[in-house]
Design a protein around this ligand. Structure first.
Ligand SMILES: CC(C)(COP(=O)(O)OP(=O)(O)OC[C@H]1O[C@@H](n2cnc3c(N)ncnc32)[C@H](O)[C@@H]1OP(=O)(O)O)[C@@H](O)C(=O)NCCC(=O)NCCS
Length: 332
């Protein structure tokens, strides 16, 4: 799916918040669980540490503070929101949806609320969906949350996955603005590659399967990631008739520094225009892009007027890019 924003329907991000668990887990700490080392993890992934949720912490415990922060910065309350989408593969439970739980906690009594499953691409899919509902006039103010607590579904004896992931959530408010925000989206899915990143025992196909932990073919996912981050971004830029040289800030999914480096080299984005925080958070799945966005806004790299390119990819296999003109002030 690919499309550009229609003139006259200006939608942008007006609030942004994020939340990670307090507990920092270093590579050395993981080497007490599996046969790995700080040196191997840094060299192959660029990750130094990640945040891990407490045993009693579920997704909504991260999603809610992120959402409250985003709403406050947009100057609105839950009551002012009529759409809530939570992009995640680790909801509090299969149902009720985390979206519905979050809506209740925020007092968003007028909102449609649900969860969206698109692996680590979930936040990009949710952004596009919220944009579509706002541009179509169905909704007027949306809260889009991307977050995961993947630590809960990792096999803590499997070094090939354990070292890659972390927990975290980010939230944005989307609404109509006077200046153009979103310029276009490109989204896709390839179920034929789905077996390269999957969760047995998680649904009606294999409900009785006792193994309920993430399985991954790392090399195949690496090849997919480096190809699709480039292809999706280039397709979207062409659709929007924008050159990569015009992109002021590139926010890729934070899976692995090596993946980001290959993608940015192929795309031709200078390294000072790339947001990277995977070293401190690992791959937080649907939390990754909003966490990186929040960091860039907080440290001044993200300024109103900038052209921002975001691309996610993940289980499905899925991918998604968004191009937008940033409109929110850091002081908001
Ligand atoms: C997982 C990943 C870091 C592995 O890096 P790699 O360079 O491809 O490494 P390989 O899989 O070829 O493994 C190399 C060796 O390291 C070993 N190894 C794997 N994980 C290890 C770990 N955590 N610590 C130490 N050694 C490890 C392997 O067993 C292998 O040993 P061998 O050569 O004796 O067989 C890389 O493939 C990757 O990042 N893939 C994408 C994963 C991803 O982003 N998933 C989420 C997408 S949303």
């Amino acid at each position: 799916m690919i499309g550009t924003a229609k003139a006259g329907i200006e939608v942008s991000i007006t609030g942004l918040g994020c939340k990670v668990p307090d507990r920092v887990v270093t590579n050395d700490e993981l080497s007490q669980h599996v046969d790995t080392s700080d040196e191997w993890i840094r060299a192959r992934t660029g990750i130094r540490e990640r945040r891990i949720a407490a045993p009693e912490e579920a997704l909504s415990d991260l999603a809610l503070p992120a959402a409250r922060d985003a709403l406050a910065r947009a100057g609105v309350t839950g009551k002012d929101v009529d759409l809530i989408i939570v992009a995640t593969v680790t909801p509090d439970m299969a149902f009720p949806s985390t979206g519905a739980l979050v809506a209740d906690a925020l007092g968003a009594t007028d909102a449609a609320a649900y969860d969206l499953s698109a692996g680590c691409t979930g936040f990009m899919y949710a952004l596009a969906q919220a944009y579509g509902m706002l541009a179509g006039g169905l909704a007027h103010r949306a809260l889009v949350i991307g977050g995961d607590v993947l630590s809960k579904i990792l096999d803590w004896s499997d070094r090939s996955t354990l070292v890659l992931f972390g927990d975290g959530a980010g939230a944005v408010v989307l609404e109509a603005v006077p200046a153009q925000g979103f310029l276009g989206f490109e989204l896709g899915a390839d179920g034929a590659g789905g077996a390269n990143l999957w969760l047995p025992g998680s649904g009606s196909r294999l409900f009785d399967e006792p193994d309920k932990h993430v399985k991954m073919n790392g090399r195949e996912v690496f090849k997919f990631a480096t190809r699709i981050l480039v292809q999706s971004a280039e397709d979207l830029l062409a659709e929007c008739q924008v050159s990569i040289d015009d992109v002021d800030l590139y926010i890729p999914h934070q899976a692995n520094v090596r993946i980001i480096e290959v993608a940015t080299r192929k795309l031709g984005v200078p390294s000072d225009r790339v947001v990277i925080n995977v070293d401190r958070y690992g791959n937080t799945s649907s939390g990754s892009v909003p966490l990186a966005m929040a960091e860039a806004l907080a440290d001044g790299r993200l300024q109103p007027g900038m052209l921002v390119l975001m691309t996610g990819m993940g289980a499905g296999l899925t991918w998604g890019s968004a191009l937008m003109r940033w409109t929110m002030d850091a002081a908001a």
